[in-house]
Design a protein around this ligand. Structure first.
Ligand SMILES: Nc1ncnc2c1ncn2[C@@H]1O[C@H](COP(=O)(O)OP(=O)(O)OP(=O)(O)O)[C@@H](O)[C@H]1O
Ligand SMILES: Nc1nc2c(c(=O)[nH]1)N=C(CO)CN2
Length: 171
C-alpha cells in the first residue's frame, strides 16, 4: 500500500511557507490550489490556508503516513495546546482516507489513527480542495464528495472558501 488523501491547513506564521515545505516532504502526485478558509470549529482564530493532496507510496503503511505527517508538523514548529481543541496551528496534516494497492479502502478505529478521518465529511475546507483534484473523490463508507457537498450547511460553508491559486503563486 498505499494511496492517501491528505488535508493540510495552516493559520499561524508564514502559512504559504509551511505548506510549501510539507509538499516538498510528502511528494504528492496531485496538489490542489490553496484555499483561504474561515476557521471551522473554533471561530476565535485567524483564517486558514488549506490544500488537499493525493500521495502514493507502495512501501508506506497508513501508520507510516501518520508518522510522516507528524514529522512535517514538528518541522514547521507546531506546538500542541492540549487545552484548545481545533485551535490555531502553524501546520496540521490530516489523513482523510487511505487505500491498499488493490484499491481496497483502509478502515481503522484507534485513537492514534482513525480512517477515514472522522470529521472530514463535515468540512468544506477538506472536501472542496479534494474534489478539485479528483472529480470522483469519495469517502469510503460515506459517499461521493460531490454528493456530500449538496448538504445545505456544507454548501453554505463551501461558498465561504476563497480559491487563491497554486502554492507557487500565492503571496
Ligand atoms: N486520520 C487521522 N489523521 C491525522 N491524525 C489522526 C487521524 N486519526 C487520528 N489522529 C490522531 O489525532 C491526534 C490529534 O491530531 P490533531 O491535534 O491534528 O487534531 P485536531 O487538529 O485537534 O483535530 P482534527 O483531527 O479534527 O483536525 C494525532 O496525534 C493523531 O494521532
Ligand atoms: N478552515 C479551517 N478550520 C480548521 C482547520 C483547518 O485546517 N481549516 N483545522 C482545524 C484543526 O482541527 C480546525 N479548524
Amino acid at each position: 500500500m498505499t494511496t492517501v488523501v491528505l488535508s493540510l491547513g495552516a493559520n499561524l506564521g508564514d502559512r504559504r511557507a509551511a505548506l510549501t515545505a510539507a509538499v516538498a516532504s510528502l511528494k504528492p502526485v496531485k496538489v490542489s490550489d490553496v484555499y483561504e478558509t474561515p476557521p471551522w470549529g473554533d471561530d476565535d482564530q485567524p483564517t486558514y490556508y488549506n490544500i488537499a493532496m493525493i500521495a502514493h507510496d507502495p512501501d508506506r503503511t497508513a501508520t507510516d503516513w501518520l508518522e510522516l505527517a507528524n514529522d512535517c508538523e514538528r518541522a514547521a514548529g507546531r506546538v500542541r495546546d492540549p487545552a484548545r481543541r481545533f485551535g490555531p496551528r502553524v501546520l496540521d496534516v490530516d489523513i482523510i482516507a487511505a487505500w491498499q494497492e488493490s484499491g481496497e479502502p483502509i478502515f481503522c478505529g484507534s485513537e492514534k489513527l482513525t480512517l477515514p478521518h472522522p470529521r472530514a465529511h463535515h468540512r468544506a475546507f477538506v472536501l472542496v480542495p479534494w474534489l478539485s483534484i479528483d472529480p470522483e473523490a469519495a469517502i469510503p463508507g460515506r459517499g461521493r464528495v460531490r454528493d456530500l457537498l449538496r448538504d445545505p450547511n456544507l454548501a453554505a460553508d463551501a461558498r465561504t472558501l476563497r480559491r487563491l491559486g497554486g502554492l507557487e503563486y500565492v503571496g
